[in-house]
Write a protein that binds this ligand. Sequence first.
Ligand code: ATP
Length: 296
Amino acid sequence: MIQLYIPLGFLGVIYREIKQSLTDLDKMFTLMEKEREIADEPGALPIRIDASPVVRFENVSFAYEAARPILKNVSFEIPPGKTVAVVGSSGAGKSTLARLLFRFYDVQQGRITIAGQDIKHVTQASVRQAIGIVPQDTVLFNDTVEYNIAYGKPGASREEVEAAARAARIHDFIVSTPLGYNTMVGERGLKLSGGEKQRVAIARTLLKNPPVVIFDEATSALDSANERAIQAELRTAAQNKTTLVIAHRLSTVVDAHEILVMEDGCIVERGTHADLLAMGQKYARMWTLQQSASDF
Ligand code: ATP
């Protein structure tokens, strides 16, 4: 019995780690069968969704632990095919928005709807099928690069995989390796840089072709060439998709339909980049700080 308990406990730890960082979703799906925190309502149906649904957070409040509210009455809308970006200090609750949209947790007050349907009342699996996540740090399978991309669409042909890799600008890199698409990657294979892994995640998402995309920007510092590359990739991944960007660099959000500035679980400023600069408050100060930091 002991032998059984230890691995299960260990899996629980891995599961929480993974859920926290939104990284290895695939591994998480398997583990989720072992430990479910939220369950479908009896008789829940799959969400019905078109190619560009509207996403709404309506007066959402949420706490991981009852005594410590994290999100407080948060409302915003991502219009069909548009991008809304969330910025703010560390711990403000940005990633929590992404976790709730992916239905890792159910909200305690308010509701989140996709195409007008409360995600609490439809099946989790259908919500997750509708959403593609480009995580901060993609964990790759110990398998070929082709497998890792094709995972976005089981049964995808080599042509489809290559088309997605080209769009994510990773194709040239792949074919420059001796075994091309058959190159093994992951812990026991070719180690890819953070940017290359993010491109694999984007190719996977493009193949999955979900109506909703969550882009969780990596926190690590980038040089300006890499920063421009990430911006271009974000645009590729977000094209015509209803997109939520969790941003750590303001340069990635300047084109967003709306930017939400979060502080301590509340939206304290919102608007376009130009609106927020004109307001001359927190966002404008963050912008000035980041601009002067990038001058060095
Ligand atoms: P960062 O920019 O550093 O990624 P963030 O704005 O994305 O921060 P969140 O990850 O949403 O912040 O976290 C918001 C708050 O919720 C933090 O204070 C964090 O400690 C807390 N929190 C996050 N996950 C959990 C959890 N599983 N259990 C308890 N508290 C948590």
